[in-house]
Write a protein that binds this ligand. Sequence first.
Ligand code: HEC
Ligand code: HEC
Ligand code: HEC
Ligand code: HEC
Ligand code: HEC
Ligand code: HEC
Length: 354
Amino acid sequence: MKISKTTEHTECTENTSEKIINYKISLCSLWLIVFFGLILSSAITANATPYHDLEKNRQPCSDCHTQHYSEGGGTPPGVEAGGPFAELLIRATTNKLCLFCHDGSDPKAPDVLGPVTMYDGSGDEHSGAGFFSNSGGVSAEQGHDLGVTSVSVPFSSMTNMTLTCASCHDPHGTINYRNVLSSPAGGAGLTVEMAKDVFRDAPPGDPPSATASVSAYKESNEGYKANTSLWCTECHDGLKPSVNNPVNRVHHLIDVPVNGGGYPTDPAHWAAGTGPGFGAATGDLTEGVPRLRFQASTATDYISSKVVASGNEVICTSCHLAHGGRYKKGLVWPYLEPDSPIDANSGCNQCHNF
Ligand code: HEC
Ligand code: HEC
Ligand code: HEC
Ligand code: HEC
Ligand code: HEC
Ligand code: HEC
């Protein structure tokens, strides 16, 4: 788009002949109409640019940064008192900055702080990543903790880690799904894109609206093709396939198909989607939970990534939510909750049918 814009501009200004100038002008306006029409239609159809993608100028720097922490000798409007803050941010910490919009107060921004209500009535219980239990500083059992120093990180060689939103996301945008960092733990990272657009069905419009954000970010609006689990093992390096494998098991395997030969699974049961483990809601006192997420490594688009088949693969996010959720260890269903035994085995049973 950038290239064609420059071309158009040159064509429209480098014209010096008086005689044809009127004709050229109308040709130019026609081109401009076509050009802006194209921009408009690409913005409202598929493949909308990821939000916070600054290269495409989708968000002003001033949403998050201030240039001088002073206005008429006082605190600038809209900026937290007590600054200036590190990296000229308008709030004291990165978590506070992101949660200023992502705590449910801005209906266009996906709510990632529990309790979450924005997806009520959408058919889903929460977004794809789920939600954090608190805005930071308090350790919780239900998934990732923000702003807490974790001396030991499970299944990881890393220690003394303190998570912020920027541990996993680049606030300035990346080529990856959900702007996740290619190297959350430093080093080479995942040198390929974490995902293609199979991860999205209906991106929110531009500018976003509250209803469009709900339908874009809800949990069921996702298809997985590759690298989601490997991305988690950047930090949880003790679960990399070179370490966690059939010969040296430390956790459930990932990226393996349900119908792999000799596996203790029931591929037909998984494909059928009825019976033990399958249900309409989590925690409704009836056995069964909605179908867990899976990976379709042969998918070519969003539709094919959602096709249920006995060759679907298990991924970290079949069982865990990336941020966290209602249940211990950020699990999708109450596997470790003594007070809701009815659904405890539901997730496992979708594939294993015991
Ligand atoms: C000024 C409000 C605001 C602030 C501050 C903000 N966001 Fe957002 N964010 C939004 C809105 C609104 C959307 C959804 C819009 C859309 O997708 O078109 C969004 C979308 C996102 C997405 C999904 C992007 C995608 O395309 O998949 C991520 C990830 C995200 N924000 C992370 C962050 C992080 C991390 C921070 C802090 C560094 C942050 N946001 C700060 C308003 C904000
Ligand atoms: C959605 C919020 C958001 C927006 C919009 C934003 N930034 Fe940032 N920026 C941050 C955060 C958060 C950090 C600190 C990252 C961290 O905690 O590691 C940062 C850090 C920086 C840094 C320090 C170096 C780095 O990359 O960590 C620079 C320079 C910067 N931003 C420039 C800009 C410019 C220029 C713009 C506009 C074109 C912009 N930012 C827009 C949130 C934002
Ligand atoms: C930037 C590094 C990083 C990445 C990437 C990361 N984690 Fe973690 N994870 C941590 C740290 C640090 C802890 C320990 C502290 C805590 O609970 O937040 C942790 C803890 C956990 C826990 C235990 C939570 C609890 O309640 O005890 C689970 C489960 C988990 N991670 C799963 C995942 C999954 C799944 C992914 C990929 C979607 C992932 N992690 C990606 C750093 C990371
Ligand atoms: C441990 C890594 C990690 C941390 C920390 C993290 N995120 Fe995420 N986030 C992810 C991943 C992975 C996804 C995509 C999950 C999926 O769709 O399965 C995601 C998705 C999102 C989305 C898209 C909507 C959704 O919920 O699915 C938003 C918005 C977002 N994150 C904002 C934030 C904000 C704001 C913070 C800090 C308060 C934060 N994230 C901290 C890993 C992280
Ligand atoms: C088939 C389901 C399943 C898959 C797939 C899975 N996990 Fe887990 N995970 C669990 C369950 C259940 C627990 C809690 C109880 C247990 O460890 O048996 C757990 C616990 C954890 C813990 C916490 C361990 C502790 O000591 O607190 C971390 C971290 C974790 N998983 C990360 C991951 C990552 C990263 C992946 C992908 C590489 C992954 N898991 C794949 C089901 C799964
Ligand atoms: C999305 C499908 C899926 C889900 C959900 C799932 N599994 Fe599995 N499970 C598999 C596949 C595929 C294998 C075969 C690969 C392997 O050997 O690990 C497997 C293998 C196993 C094995 C055999 C390990 C061995 O040494 O042979 C155990 C035990 C197991 N799963 C337990 C669980 C438990 C417990 C849960 C629920 C917390 C669960 N699984 C959820 C797909 C799944």
